[in-house]
Design a protein around this ligand. Sequence first.
Ligand code: PLP
Length: 386
Amino acid sequence: MLKSFYFYDMITSKLPNVGTTIFTVMSKMANDYHAINLSQGFPNFPIDEKLQSLLEQKTKENVHQYAPMAGLPALTEEICNLTFKHYKREIDASKNVLITAGATQAIFTTIQALIHPGDEVIILDPSYDCYESPIILAGGKPIRIPLGENFLPDWDLIREVTCSKTKIIITNNPHNPSGAVWKKEDLHELEHLVIDYPNLLVLSDEVYEYITFEHAHLSANSSEILKNRSIVVSSFGKTFHITGWKIGYIIAPENILNEIKKVHQFLVFCVNSPAQHTLAAYLKETNVNTLGSFYQEKRDYFHELMKNSRFDLLPSEGTYFQLASYKQISNENDIAFTKKLVVEHGVATIPLSVFNANGEDRKLIRFCFAKDNDTLKQAAEKLCKI
Ligand SMILES: Cc1ncc(COP(=O)(O)O)c(C=O)c1O
């Protein structure tokens, strides 16, 4: 008898340490236990009616075939206008912009295009989960170091690990999961770093660029020095409450973007055409300036609701995330605590330790407040009883 033979027995994983992400685990647990889901970062309220009706209108037009590889010119032009309006940066729609299937694809494609075996890439922890794997797949070496006080970069430590092998530093401002927003000094430190290391590039994840509260966002786009050395990543998902559309873009110098386009064309070739047509029209009619105050109200509302709880809320100056310490409530590790929160108290959150390479547990959990006020109220009622 023939011995049964499974091909998959022979597979050597390229990402042996990657499992199901905590976001999937927590969203599933939220479903299973009918809990309120403040874990994964997505809004639960309707999109702007204008955007909704433009989408309906556009889908009735001739928009259903492949878009141009780098993006629909009408959309890349609007991105140029937006970039000039907010950052006073003049860019060329045909040379400096690439439309991507969300920020995740933008980051993956950039790393595949620019990282060679042995190259080092600095990641600042706690960090979003889509940075490390593309580096490993490209044969690069992730150098994960902790952020400093208040979740801002520790520039002394960054300088300690930067060397001639360092090709990219990945920065994320405004910062997920902490909500920290860079100060002027941080931008200056980064400018000095790229001056001192002429081969170093910045992969600047700015997906929450329009969601800041007390301070304005400082983009790499607005720095004369950084704009020539950065790949700046944006996400319409975050800006227009359309995370499911998976659409974003890269702004980069032409020579760098040309390399990124080479990978992009074999990864996706081009991005969802109806979405591009819709966004090109919507950008003409909308103003992203109100996004910060919209989420600031949500943050303040959540703070007010939580003021009598035993959670200690840390400052959140941007994004739609809020860190909270539960030290007054429990000594358990953060993963055990978040699981208990779902099962026993009906609220799903994310433990901070999963954003750290070393799994450091600081007894902090992350709430997402991109939810309608009713959801926030119901969640806070449960949390205040603990
Ligand atoms: C910091 C950060 N970068 C990138 C992404 C991915 O964005 P997108 O959904 O556009 O791929 C997210 C999404 O949560 C994020 O928080």
